[in-house]
Design a protein around this ligand. Structure first.
Ligand code: APR
Length: 173
């Protein structure tokens, strides 16, 4: 059974098989965790993103692509594009769930056993953290129940004590 836990800190420092990036569809880097990952990983990540964009075009919301992790201690970066929050009536919930499901599916396909997620869409994209957290945890638990041998550990790598408290409470269930 996969272990699911929360950790508060900088995702770029985690020694895991894959860190998940909250990217934009153009895969061009940006601020927030996207900026942190590109800064910590170095130019090779953007070069691989450019090659992916050239090959397949932009990454649609809810989908995921994978690159190396450059200079970071992790082995790979799974770039996924979360939904922009528009009030909750534009399919945001299912698109956000797709980010977690498709990222874990990609990790499984690449034989990656430890995956760390940031709080996708809850920064620049404005998704309310108290709505995103239970949805993210449900999507991860659902994937792990359907694929019990896929991953050994999923880490919710939060960047604030408020987000940490959300996940600690939810993980008590
Ligand atoms: N480690 C872990 N989490 C981080 C880090 C970090 N180093 N830096 C930021 N975060 C957290 C934020 O505090 C937030 O909780 O990641 C979460 C996601 O916030 P954003 O990075 O703003 O991502 P998102 O809301 O999905 O917006 C994506 O922002 O940076 C651009 O190119 C990106 O266009 C895309 C958009």
């Amino acid at each position: 059974m996969s272990k699911i836990r929360v950790e508060c800190g900088d995702i770029t420092r985690l020694r895991v098989d894959a860190v998940v990036n909250a990217a934009n569809s153009g895969l061009r880097g940006g601020g927030g965790v996207d900026g942190a990952i590109h800064r910590a990983g170095g130019p090779s990540i953007l070069q691989e993103c450019d090659a992916i964009r050239y090959r397949q075009g932009c990454c649609p919301t809810g989908e995921a692509v994978i690159t190396g992790a450059g200079d970071m201690p992790s082995k790979h970066v799974i770039h996924t594009v979360g939904p922009v929050w528009r009030g909750g009536q534009s399919d945001e919930a299912s698109l956000l769930a797709n980010c977690y499901r498709n990222s874990l599916d990609l990790a499984m396909k690449h034989g990656l056993r430890t995956v760390a997620f940031p709080c996708i869409s809850t920064g620049v994209f404005g998704y309310p953290p108290e709505q995103a957290a239970p949805l993210a945890l449900h999507a991860v638990r659902d994937f792990c129940a359907r694929h019990p041998d896929a991953v050994d550990e999923v880490i919710f790598c939060v960047f604030s004590r408020a987000d940490e408290a959300l996940y600690v409470e939810l993980l008590k269930d």
